[in-house]
Design a protein around this ligand. Structure first.
Ligand SMILES: [Zn+2]
Length: 280
């Protein structure tokens, strides 16, 4: 007992600081529901410590820079027919995002095709889409498969998976960062942006995020009138592409053993939506 008291006295300030940090951290972490469940029933709640605004700010900046760079090199939407094809499919998918979150229609969506050999595509927070010509050419991709890959990427954005990852990193960084965030210290802007930046691209998605994006992706495609079963052939092609050097896409979207089984089940589930969309 005496020993405990001594320890408490000696480490009292640390314990108090830790308790304070924890309570502030809890206050700063928000539990949110980014999307409605849809037909595929995604209802996992998410914990966020980084604001949506800081993610979007980072995304806008990074996207703007990347696109300006590509334009300077003549690699932005260089093939007009290819661009029209991608844009047409993206627009149809974007119209269906209301099934998951009505506010997404107000996002400042952008769609661009980059002339680059990489098999890659992504959608940054707030709806900034890039499709690499390598994805289209190397996979000899069909419209339904393009809808599958873009549907998957759009789903990551709707679910704010990048923000969730950036939040995990921010929380793991703890201590001064979190305290400063909560205290609203100006400097945190910098650090917070860094976490947001890291979370935007380049990190592998977790298994849970991949599953959600797969399931929501097939629903978006089906609602937009694209055969949701194309997601299966897309991932098979993706797995076969590149031989010993797997596509860049595979490093940020780690393959899962049960993907084909899950996609088969969920594309079946959304087939009625596809059939309805085809009638329109
Ligand atoms: Zn993914």
């Amino acid at each position: 007992m005496k020993q405990t008291l001594n320890i408490q006295r000696r480490h009292g300030w640390k314990a108090t600081a830790a308790a304070l940090a924890t309570s502030l951290m809890l206050a700063s972490c928000q539990t949110v529901q980014t999307t409605q469940a849809g037909a595929v029933g995604i209802d996992r709640k998410q914990t966020m410590a980084v604001s949506a605004a800081s993610m979007e700010q980072s995304a806008n900046k990074q996207y703007g820079q990347l696109m300006a760079e590509a334009e300077k090199k003549g690699k932005l939407n260089a093939d007009t027919a290819q661009y029209a094809r991608v844009k047409g499919i993206a627009d149809k998918l974007i119209r269906q995002t209301t099934a998951f979150r009505p506010d997404a229609l107000n996002w400042k969506w952008e769609v661009n095709v980059l002339s680059a050999p990489e098999v890659n595509a992504w959608c940054m927070p707030g709806g900034k889409i890039a499709v690499y010509s390598g994805l289209i050419d190397k996979l000899k991709i069909t419209d339904d498969e393009l809808a599958a890959v873009m549907g998957h990427e759009i789903a990551h954005a709707l679910r704010e998976h990048s923000r969730e990852r950036a939040s995990e990193q921010a929380v793991a960084g703890i201590g001064i960062t979190i305290l400063a965030t909560v205290a609203g210290v100006g400097q945190i802007g910098q650090k917070g942006m860094e976490y947001a930046y890291q979370g935007l691209l380049g990190l592998p998605n977790s298994r849970a995020h991949e599953t959600e994006a797969d399931r929501m992706g097939v629903e978006l495609a089906a609602r937009a009138g694209y055969d949701p079963r194309a997601a299966i052939s897309l991932w098979q092609k993706m797995g076969e592409a590149g031989g010993s050097e797997p596509p860049k896409f595979m490093s940020t979207h780690p393959p899962r053993a049960d993907r084909v089984r899950d996609l088969t089940a969920y594309s079946e589930r959304v087939m009625p939506l596809y059939q309805q969309a085809k009638l329109k």
